[in-house]
Design a protein around this ligand. Structure first.
Ligand code: PLP
Length: 420
């Protein structure tokens, strides 16, 4: 297998808007060791050198896969993970990217790499619960880093939070679970004016949004979700400049190298095979989510979906997003109380096989969860209220199994049984 040493950015035609799949297709194909159409998996955890003196050179950082040396050890760079990294960099439009063991490890490594004790972060007030807990509870206690949580659609509030000093502005491209769309160019401008970097978690909108092309400095993913698509692998990714990705692997100060949330090369191989159909999957997730949310809205339900004209950032998303992939696979319906939300999900799962009561998202089947009592339960009642996460908010990750009409009938039946 040819080992791509640097994550060369594919040539970009400046006359045409960035197209993530064209960028992916423009990459050099990695053939397998025996000419296979799939790349080979480099499973080795360690790599041999022909001259013993090479090793000290590598440990001192003078030789490495990017500087005329070779691979060192699997927790440092691995060739197969490197190929996936180049592919993810291609779809995100960054110079480099690298895989991690989970979305949380991508997020935590980025923050720990960028911040030192005393630093401040300005973050969205509606974030995945694990990310919220990391910022709210872990960082101040373990690292002396504090976070101000703000409504990221209120740019005056973001700016005034930045005025007190800021190292990172951290947002989700489409927030979990409130589906607020981040105005990435404006947030990048604010962050940069205050000397901060903008980090965007693009888990909800792969291909739909390319945050780095809109001004973000670092993009993170829970690859576990849409990019994977089969809910069978936990994985993450960090996308950014060559220098930043290399810094994560620094033998003395690299958060990935030293904390060690390595992506297994077999995982990288599996994920790489799923990227070619990510576009088709995103289109179908989006198409179905739009139809279901339109029909629910017509019947007077409180439904939130960025594809609906009633969504406060609908026009913004249309402007920022690539037009081929729709508005995403996540929608929410607010059934006001926890009891009604639970009953609704139980009817849909146990009577009709519409989907599963399960956290996570991006699966080919539909997944439903009540955010306030599951993936956002790390937040206090006050924080939930500030973020607009009601106790009856059901987050639905719309799958594409069965037919759309069959799924709509099931949804209608459950709402009828619920008494709506
Ligand atoms: N970011 C978002 C937006 C998420 O929804 C999640 C998990 O649900 C994560 C990050 C964490 O990802 P992982 O479970 O792969 O660690």
């Amino acid at each position: 297998m040819e080992t791509p040493i640097s994550g060369e950015t594919p040539p970009v035609d400046r006359q045409r808007p960035f197209h993530p799949l064209e960028s992916l297709a423009a990459m050099r194909h990695e053939f397998g060791e025996h000419g296979g159409v799939n790349m080979s998996i480099e499973a080795s955890t360690t790599f041999t050198v022909m001259t013993a003196g090479t090793l000290p050179e590598m440990f001192q950082g003078r030789l490495g896969p990017e500087t005329g040396g070779c691979y060192l050890y699997g927790r440092h760079f691995n060739p197969t993970v490197y190929v996936l990294g180049r592919e993810l960099a291609a779809i995100e439009g960054t110079a480099a990217a690298y895989g991690t063991a989970s979305g949380m490890s991508a997020i935590t490594a980025v923050v720990l790499q960028c911040c030192v004790p005393g630093d401040r972060i300005v973050a969205g007030n509606s974030l995945y619960g694990g990310t919220f807990a990391f910022f709210h509870d872990f960082l101040p206690r373990k690292a002396g880093v504090t976070t101000s949580f703000v409504d990221i659609s209120d740019h005056v509030a973001v700016e005034s939070a930045c005025q007190r000093g800021v190292k990172l502005v951290y947002v989700e491209s489409i927030s979990n679970p409130t589906l607020v769309v981040a105005d990435i160019p404006v947030l990048a401008d604010i962050a940069h004016r205050y000397g901060a970097q903008l980090v965007v978690d693009n888990t909800f909108s792969p291909l739909i949004l390319a945050p780095a092309k809109l001004g973000a400095d670092i993009v993170v993913h829970s690859v576990t979700k849409f990019i994977n698509g089969a809910s069978d692998i936990i994985a993450g990714a960090i996308c950014g400049t060559q220098e930043f990705i290399a810094s994560l692997m620094d033998l003395h100060t690299g958060a990935l190298m030293l904390l060690g949330p390595t992506m297994d090369p077999r995982v990288a191989f599996e994920i790489s095979l799923r990227l070619p159909h990510l576009g088709m999957r995103m289109m179908e997730h989006s198409r179905r989510a739009l139809v279901l949310s339109e029909r629910l809205a017509e019947r007077g339900f409180h439904v939130v979906y960025p594809g609906l004209r009633s969504h406060p950032q609908h026009e913004l998303l249309k402007m920022l997003a690539h037009p081929d992939f729709g508005f995403g696979g996540l929608m929410s319906v607010d059934l006001v109380t926890t009891e009604r939300a639970y009953k609704f999900m139980e009817l849909l799962q146990n009577e009709d096989r519409f989907g599963y009561i399960a956290v996570s998202l991006g699966y080919f089947d539909t997944l439903m969860s009540v955010s306030a009592s599951s993936t956002s339960s790390e937040m206090s009642a006050v924080d939930l209220q500030k973020a607009g996460i009601s106790p009856g908010l059901v987050r639905i990750s719309v799958g594409y199994t069965g037919s759309l009409e069959q799924r709509w009938q099931q949804l209608e039946r459950a709402l009828h049984q619920l008494g709506d």
